[in-house]
Design a protein around this ligand. Structure first.
Ligand SMILES: Cc1cc2nc3c(=O)[nH]c(=O)nc-3n(C[C@H](O)[C@H](O)[C@H](O)COP(=O)(O)O)c2cc1C
Length: 166
């Protein structure tokens, strides 16, 4: 089973459309980060100690965490905001710190970021490198795609590239 995190605050726009076509084609469950009522990670360390993998904060992330733990694949779709993911997506990723090495091990991690820049912009190389490091750390298999969605024509090319991930 695969979980798709849709990280855009903009309903039905480029990132949402890429995420929903991907989720539909792969029969994955989609979670809209903008609807998840979750606080940022507090770095309290509870999950790595007494919590034994459980997060001390009981909020909208509790359900998201338990679904991602059970999934064998996770996909994150997010627009690029200031060379990074959206805050909505980042809160969820940070809270995944509660997952154990065993829960991560071997999961397929797909990351699709879209921005107003051209496909060959350095921002996508920077983001790719970050996720390569993260995937290496959690021992996940990474598929990364950075695409420009400057306008509808660019979006069509991006959608075609996403279809190759189906
Ligand atoms: C706060 C903010 C920061 C942004 N920063 C970047 C950026 O660093 N690089 C980029 O290519 N686009 C940037 N953009 C543009 C969005 O990534 C782009 O409009 C994208 O299509 C939004 O995705 P959406 O259609 O799913 O909302 C930014 C937009 C906002 C609102």
């Amino acid at each position: 089973m695969e979980i798709v995190i849709a990280g855009s605050p903009r309903k039905g726009m480029y990132s949402d459309r890429l995420a929903s076509s991907y989720a539909e084609a792969r029969n994955a469950e989609i979670i809209y980060a903008r609807d998840v009522k979750a606080s940022p990670c507090r770095a309290c360390g509870w999950c790595k100690g007494k919590g034994n993998g459980e997060c001390v904060q009981k909020d909208g992330m509790s359900d998201v965490l338990s679904r991602i733990r059970k999934a064998d694949a996770l996909a994150v779709f997010s627009p690029v905001y200031w060379w990074q993911l959206t805050a909505q997506a980042k809160i969820i990723i940070d809270r995944l710190y509660a997952m154990t090495d065993e829960e991560w091990n071997g999961k397929l991690l797909t990351v699709v970021v879209n921005g107003a820049a051209e496909d060959d912009d350095r921002e996508f190389a920077i983001l790719r490198e970050q996720f390569e490091e993260m995937a290496h750390y959690i021992k996940a298999d990474l598929r990364f795609l950075g695409v420009g969605t400057t306008d509808d024509a660019a979006f069509e090319k991006a959608a075609e590239k996403v279809r190759k991930l189906f």
